[in-house]
Design a protein around this ligand. Sequence first.
Ligand SMILES: Nc1ncnc2c1ncn2[C@@H]1O[C@H](COP(=O)(O)OP(=O)(O)OP(=O)(O)O)[C@@H](O)[C@H]1O
Ligand SMILES: [Mg+2]
Length: 255
Amino acid sequence: MTADLLDGSAVGMRFGGVHALREVDVALQPGRRLGLIGPNGSGKTTLLNVLSGVYRATSGAIHFRGRSIDRLGPGARARLGIVRTFQHPQLAASLTIAENVRLGAALGRRVHGSSAAEETARVDAALELFGCAAYGEGLPDEVPYGVRKMAEVARAAAVEPVVLLLDEPAAGLSREERSELIEAIERYYREHPQTALCLVEHDVPLVTALCPELLVLAAGQALASGPAQEVVRDEQVRVAYLGENVELKDTEEVG
Ligand SMILES: Nc1ncnc2c1ncn2[C@@H]1O[C@H](COP(=O)(O)OP(=O)(O)OP(=O)(O)O)[C@@H](O)[C@H]1O
Ligand SMILES: [Mg+2]
């Protein structure tokens, strides 16, 4: 069995009276691609926040390569190679798209101890892969929304992360942009097959196109987990999604 890179066990998070996560177990091994789905407010972003150190879990334990990282903040976890994107793009407004992606590559240098030449190569590769090359000189406010979303992923990819946590990278993208995103992430994986991925998305066909396994959260608890095609057929999962604008049945639609 491959050792876990990132392992959260019985992770809980309370915000005052709100129990956002209860006893959630999640383990990411090299090359594992896990889709994280669940209705609005089910705790998906909170789980990424506690894994990436934005919040410290109020119960449970998080380990990276067998060491406790509970006390490490987001910067220290990023330097271990745990990299995330945000649901709402958080690019530096005063930096161009290329400069933003360079921030990712500069972090990658610290993670991997690589050279300045490699840093530049990572910037160029990530801009190209995620379709941002033509917008590299633009400021985030000057480029289309889809480019900002892709640049957010490009910045994370430029790190060459050990663990990549993506929070709704496809939200607000057109159908065509979604296909481009899937293709770009697939190409990234062909070149970096050891990366561990946790992908949060409401677009279930998109998640299942990229992730062979799913974890479903509902009201902060793990409702189901396992092979994607089995999970989307699970009756409890379907019930949890009732009333949500999510199409669970047609998983072949995108890709
Ligand atoms: N900083 C916070 N303070 C208080 N409550 C919070 C905070 N962050 C999240 N919550 C609450 O925790 C619960 C889970 O929220 P979370 O953002 O993790 O859901 P989500 O699954 O990502 O939802 P969505 O699909 O809408 O992005 C919600 O009830 C939310 O209001
Ligand atoms: Mg969220």
